[in-house]
Write a protein of this length. Structure first.
Length: 266
C-alpha cells in the first residue's frame, strides 16, 4: 500500500520538484497540494502531468485527503506554525523550510514526543549537503580558522542560507576554543561579513545557478576548502523523498539528513 503524502508549498520552486518526485514513486501517493494562493486551480499545470488534484489554500486538505505525511516547503514566516499543526493533528512531518532556530527545533521535538507523531527537519535535504557537513565537522576539530561563503539567487528569501546557518551552528560545537583572533579593522561597514555562532559568514547574491556552499578552514600554513554546488533542486527533493519514506519509523524528531544516511556521528 502506498504512503499518502500531502505537500504544503506545493506550487513553489521546491514544492513542485518534490511533488514531481512523489508522483513518480510507486511507493508514494500525492493526495494533497496546498499553497497560499490559487485555490481551486488544477495542480496539473504546476507539475506538467495529470494529478486530479486542485490546489488548496487550507492545511485541513491534508486531513480530508487522509495524508499520513505532511511535507513543508513554504516560507520561514509560516513554518513553525505549520509544523506545530501537523504534529498536533496526527501527521508525520518532513520539514524543509528554513528559518527554524534551535529553540524552535527543540519545541517541535517535545511536541512530536508528546503527540506520538514524528518529524524529519532539515534546512538542507541534499545528500551532498549532509556529506559536506559531515566532512566539515571532522575538519573543524583540527582547523581553528573557519569562514563560510554561500552564493544564491538575488530572489532568495533569506541571507545567509539555511544551510550556512546550520553549518555555522554545528561547526561552532566542535571547533577548538578559544577561536582565533582576527585583528583587521573594517574600513567599510560589514565588509567582514556577518557572524553566526561566532563564525564569519559571507552571502553573495548573484543571478544564475548554481547555489554554492563553501567552507574555508585554515591553520598555520594550510587552507582547506570544501565546496558544494547544486545545479538544480532535484538533489534537495531526493533527500526529502528519502525522509518521507523514513519518517514513520523514526520516533520523535530527526534533525538533518545525516542520520538517515548513516553518517557516523550525525
Ligand atoms: N531543506 C532544503 O533542502 C531546501 C532546499 C531549497 C529550499 N529550501 C527552503 O524551502 C522554502 C521554500 O523555498 P522555495 O524556493 O520553494 O519558495 P517559493 O518558490 O517561494 O515557494 C513557496 C511555496 O510556499 C507557499 N507558501 C508561502 N507562504 C505560505 C503559507 N503561509 N502557507 C502555505 N503556503 C505558503 C507558496 O504559495 P504561494 O505562491 O501561493 O504564496 C509556494 O507554494 C524556503 O524556506 C527555502 O529556503 C529548503
Amino acid at each position: 500500500m502506498s504512503l499518502r503524502v500531502g505537500v504544503v508549498g506545493a506550487t513553489g520552486k521546491m514544492g513542485r520538484v518534490v511533488c514531481a518526485q512523489v508522483l513518480e514513486d510507486p511507493a508514494l501517493e500525492l493526495v494533497a497540494a496546498v499553497a497560499r494562493s490559487n485555490a481551486g486551480a488544477p495542480f496539473d499545470t504546476y507539475v506538467g502531468r495529470s494529478t486530479g488534484l486542485p490546489v488548496s489554500d487550507r492545511r485541513e486538505a491534508l486531513l480530508e485527503a487522509r495524508a499520513q505525511v505532511a511535507v513543508d516547503f513554504t516560507h520561514p514566516d509560516a513554518v513553525l506554525a505549520n509544523a506545530r499543526w501537523y504534529l498536533e493533528h496526527g501527521l508525520h512531518a518532513v520539514v524543509g523550510t528554513t528559518g527554524l532556530g534551535p529553540d524552535d527545533v527543540e519545541a517541535l521535538r517535545a511536541l512530536a514526543e508528546k503527540n506520538g507523531t514524528n518529524a524529519v527537519v532539515a534546512p538542507d535535504f541534499s545528500f551532498g549537503g549532509a556529506v559536506l557537513l559531515h566532512i566539515a565537522r571532522i575538519a573543524a576539530r583540527h582547523f581553528p580558522y573557519v569562514e563560510l561563503l554561500e552564493t544564491h539567487l538575488p530572489s532568495k528569501a533569506e541571507a545567509p542560507s539555511g544551510t550556512t546557518m546550520n553549518t555555522a551552528r554545528e561547526l561552532a560545537k566542535v571547533r577548538p576554543s578559544p577561536s582565533p583572533v582576527v585583528t583587521s579593522r573594517e574600513l567599510a561597514p560589514g565588509v567582514r561579513g556577518g557572524e553566526v555562532a561566532g563564525i564569519r559568514v559571507h552571502s553573495l547574491r548573484l543571478p544564475g545557478p548554481p547555489g554554492i556552499e563553501e567552507i574555508r578552514l585554515a591553520r598555520a600554513g594550510e587552507l582547506l576548502t570544501i565546496s558544494l554546488a547544486a545545479y538544480d533542486r532535484a538533489p534537495f527533493a531526493n533527500g526529502a523523498v528519502l525522509a518521507i519514506k523514513a519518517v514513520a519509523s523514526r520516533p520523535g524528531l530527526t534533525y538533518g539528513l545525516g542520520p538517515l544516511l548513516d553518517l557516523d556521528g550525525d
